[in-house]
Write a protein that binds this ligand. Structure first.
Ligand code: ADP
Length: 249
């Protein structure tokens, strides 16, 4: 599991996170909600390795990764998406998803250059896997489209498909439902359920509480950098403190 222990993050004089504990188990969906400025992005970045905590630690499957950079954490099985997907808008949908697979391919550079039979077999295997993933996310009709031609909602779905191509142990989703149509949100929810069912631990930072209630087993509510409440979505939604600071606004 991902285990955040008493993480504190300070940016100059601002305490963005205060002694936050959080656990993300394999095969489960954990969501982080909270008003703007409550520390959600900072917590997400602390887990994915884009922010280094001032105090506290982050463990992945028992290993302390607090000082491991983001790319090292990706190699340990953490795949993340971005609020504004960091994708090459000139790349096609197929190329973008293919990129997610590349870190796991095994051929060396020389073998790739002279396209040995093994490389050719691997290319065919990859092409099939890309096709399967595109189909799973309803993207097969867009395979040849450049990302610049797609609405933002679809770009987000492509980014999730790219992250899944990494075959992560943990999938970290930063506001994935923003800008999605109701149909796309449904697709996202069913994919999140499916990947959790396959044993992936999912962490979701999300504004859309309806989606959070629909998909997550555990919800952590942040307020001013600290955990205000946590538990099952139905329980959290009825907690008067949560209603006050978050759902009531
Ligand atoms: P949320 O994602 O819940 O909106 P953030 O994690 O972005 O909250 O921000 C938490 C607090 O930390 C806010 O007060 C924000 O202004 C501050 N903050 C976030 N990132 C930085 C940064 N890089 N430098 C200075 N302050 C930051």
């Amino acid at each position: 599991m991902i285990d955040v222990r008493s993480a504190t993050v300070q940016f100059g004089g601002v305490t963005a996170l205060k002694e936050v504990d959080l656990a993300v188990d394999r095969g489960r969906v954990c969501a982080v909600i909270g008003p703007n400025g409550s520390g959600k992005t900072t917590l997400f970045n602390t887990i994915s390795g884009f922010v280094s905590p001032t105090a506290g630690s982050v463990l992945v499957d028992g290993r302390d990764v607090t000082r491991v950079a983001a790319d090292g954490r990706a190699r340990l099985g953490l795949a993340r998406t971005f609020q504004t997907p960091r994708v090459d808008v000139e790349a096609t949908v197929r190329e973008t998803v293919l990129c997610g697979f590349l870190p796991s391919t095994r051929s060396g550079l020389l073998a790739a250059l002279i396209r040995t039979p093994r490389v050719q077999r691997e290319e065919r295997r990859l092409a099939t896997e890309v096709d399967e993933l595109l189909e799973r996310f309803g993207l097969e009709g867009h395979a040849g489209h450049r990302l610049s031609e797609l609405p933002m909602g679809l770009v987000r779905i492509v980014d999730v498909a790219r992250a899944m191509a990494m075959r992560p142990k943990y999938l970290l989703l930063d506001e994935p439902a923003a800008g999605l149509t109701t149909d796309e949100q449904q697709l996202l929810v069913s994919e999140i359920r499916r990947v959790a069912g396959e044993g992936v631990g999912v962490l979701l930072v999300e504004h859309n509480f309806v989606l959070v209630q629909d998909v997550s087993e555990h919800v952590v509510v942040l307020e001013r950098g600290a955990v205000l409440a946590e538990g099952a979505p139905g329980v959290v939604a009825e907690d008067p403190r949560v209603v006050d600071v978050y759902l009531g606004v």
